[in-house]
Ligand binder design. Structure first.
Ligand code: GTP
Ligand code: MG
Length: 318
């Protein structure tokens, strides 16, 4: 067993922090750590909170943490911002917004941006969630900014994904276009103290009629005012109900199968990618010069690399 895994099992918070850094930095012993960690996972509820910049995700996460702590649960938070160059808990907004929880040992908050995510942000986020699950948090919240295509992968890793919308924002069209509908398990109308709530609710329902009219699950819509701590209990109830639905309907199992299948292929893809880079670096990119001189084409060059790779273990590479 990886020494950090052992320390995580003993609930050493510093070991968890170090393990996340190790994963972010793509350290050589990363796979060893993840292998040790996998069977230690305890089955936390992984909840995604997503939406446009400024929709109130961090405020909601902050309130949700307080609510869950009152219920006696522990909470891990991964705040992913694909637009931020920062990582390691340095995202200022989150620091400010969740400050009160930073000293609570039942809460662990980690922010990550594009820096230090060599394996891809979605993958690093997922591995971080697995580490937190192994540590033993009851609930893991994953905050992702944006409702664009690139964030979809991050959102897919949650069991339950809440999409946060604001009245008067025109978000619904965005959600519809970006394919967020498929991964939305519930909608949160936050800033419900602002004008335009009935219009937004009507737009969401119209969209659901269109997209989910024959689905066996229709995502519920919850209204919140996170600044006034309103609607949080309803949000939690809806999240718990969704998890129950996942279990009862078999949908959870179906998703799990799909996700695991994809995860394994992604790990292989990443490892091979790195292996090939290293190999070609060592070989000095021998195909580049012929390619520049027009003596070969990129496809033949790629083919020769793939063949070379396959032959490498027998020792007859050129
Ligand atoms: N009026 C009102 N303002 C809110 C509400 N919830 C959040 N806000 C405000 O909206 C702003 C953005 O809130 P955040 O929680 O930082 O939003 P976010 O979605 O995490 O933002 P990013 O992480 O930057 O994308 C802050 O100024 C909040 O005080 C609400 O329910 N009503
Ligand atoms: Mg935020």
């Amino acid at each position: 067993m990886h020494p950090l895994a052992q320390r995580i099992q003993q609930k050493e918070e510093r070991a968890l922090a170090r393990a996340i850094t190790l994963v972010e930095n793509n350290a050589p012993d990363k796979l060893e750590l993840l292998k040790s960690i996998y069977p230690l996972q305890k089955g936390a509820h992984w909840i995604g909170i997503t939406g446009s910049p400024g929709a109130g995700k961090s405020s909601l996460v902050n309130r949700l943490i307080s609510l869950l702590r009152k219920k006696g649960m522990t909470v891990g938070v991964v705040a992913v911002d694909p637009t931020s160059p920062f990582s390691g808990g340095a995202i200022l907004g989150d620091r400010v917004r969740m400050e009160q929880h930073f000293t609570d040992s039942g809460v662990f908050i980690r922010s990550m941006g594009t820096r230090g995510s060599l394996g891809g942000l979605a993958r690093t986020a997922k591995e971080t969630v697995r580490l937190m699950d192994a540590y033993g948090f009851d609930v893991i919240l994953i905050e992702t900014v944006g409702v664009g295509q690139s964030e979809l992968d991050i959102m897919k890793l949650a069991h339950s994904t809440a999409v946060v919308l604001n009245p008067g924002s025109g978000d619904v069209i965005q959600v519809f276009k970006a394919g967020i509908m498929e991964i939305a398990d519930l909608f949160v109308v936050n800033k419900a103290d602002m004008p335009g709530v009935p219009k937004l609710l009507a737009e969401i329902e119209a969209m659901l009629d269109l997209v989910k009219h024959d689905a066996d699950y229709r995502p519920p819509v919850v209204q919140t005012i996170s600044t006034e701590n309103k609607g949080l209990e309803e949000l939690w109830t809806a999240l718990v109900a969704h998890r129950e639905y996942l279990v009862q309907s078999g949908e959870g199992k179906k998703r799990r199968n799909q996700n695991l299948q994809q995860e394994v292929i992604e790990v292989v893809q990443h490892e091979l990618y790195q292996q090939i880079w290293r190999q070609e670096e060592e070989r000095g990119f021998s195909w580049l010069e012929p390619l520049l001189q027009g003596k070969t084409d990129p496809y033949s060059a790629a083919e020769s690399i793939m063949k070379g790779k396959a032959e490498a273990p027998t020792g007859n590479e050129g």
